[in-house]
Design a protein around this ligand. Structure first.
Ligand SMILES: [Zn+2]
Length: 280
């Protein structure tokens, strides 16, 4: 159809937020801060450059992803350690909290569970905000770099995309085939990555991550978690990924245990109370 005569008026209608969160229970950040203040590091997992590593975090403990060597983006997957069918739901996390997440935001799990897997306690890059291009840090809009898109666009076989890194690490951890492990890999939280959508065409863009050694993103594990982190072959993602051309660096994951086994007043969240009758 042709443009209506009131096209400009239609474009001028103000948007509304899809998922208002006024009724969403807010995390008790004071409780988390006291848990973090008394926490001590109990283990660490090194994520080699252009590779991935798996880590386990019991409910009530804390994990911290650290930039240790040079600017590097990380692709994070999270699962319920007891049931890998419950995993991080990037799309719904985006719908609830926005395209990029930071302190106080939560990483939600897939249906039918839909509960917080983790809560962000600290973000040393929260100074960055939203830049003039619309870019911001720690997105839940990208998927993960993967060899299928690389093949589609370039006809090449590249094996160190985050998707493959996560697949290998999970297969080794679970003692299962790559084919089986691959099915558990899902859309990620792009840790330290700086991304947005171009204003003129709405296309997904990336630019050099502002992350520096010493920067970190800290999470509270709301349930027993299995995590996997890939050090993206894009390095700081300033130019390209899915190749060996970018400078890449390792990342570190620290596991920290609060003084109390379960912080006072905190309870591991239960699955969604929706009755799942779907109208029948
Ligand atoms: Zn990647």
């Amino acid at each position: 159809m042709s443009e209506p005569t009131d096209a400009e008026a239609r474009r001028a209608v103000a948007p509304v937020i899809c998922y208002p969160t006024e009724t969403l229970a807010q995390p008790d950040m004071a409780l988390y801060a006291s848990a973090l203040a008394g926490a001590r590091k109990v283990s660490e997992v090194l994520v080699p450059a252009r590779d991935a590593a798996v880590f386990y975090v019991p409910a009530g403990q804390i994990f911290r992803i650290r930039c240790i060597d040079g600017p590097q983006v990380g692709d994070l997957n999270l699962w319920n350690a007891a049931d890998l069918s419950e995993r991080f739901y990037s799309g719904k996390t985006r719908a609830l909290h926005g395209s990029h997440i930071s302190t106080g935001d939560r990483l939600w799990s897939t249906f039918p569970h839909m509960r917080p897997l983790a809560t962000i306690l600290e973000d040393s890059l929260d100074w960055y905000g939203i830049d003039g291009f619309g870019g911001a840090v720690h997105d839940v809009i990208g998927t993960r770099c993967d060899p299928y898109s690389a093949y589609l666009l370039n006809g090449e076989q590249y094996h160190h995309c985050c998707h493959s890194n996560l697949t290998r690490a999970l297969a080794d951890h679970l003692g299962v085939s790559l084919t089986e492990a691959e099915l558990h890999v899902h859309d990620v939280l792009n840790v330290f990555m700086c991304t947005g959508f171009t204003r003129d065409t709405g296309r997904y863009f990336m630019k050099a991550s502002p992350v520096r050694p010493g920067d970190h993103l800290t999470f509270f594990a709301e349930i027993d978690l299995l995590g996997a982190l890939s050090a993206c072959p894009g390095g700081d993602c300033s130019a390209e990924h899915s190749s060996d051309t970018a400078a890449c660096h390792p990342l570190m994951v620290d596991i920290l245990a609060p003084e109390e086994a379960a912080p006072d007043g905190w309870k591991s969240p239960v699955a969604s109370g929706y009755d799942r009758s779907h109208g029948r």
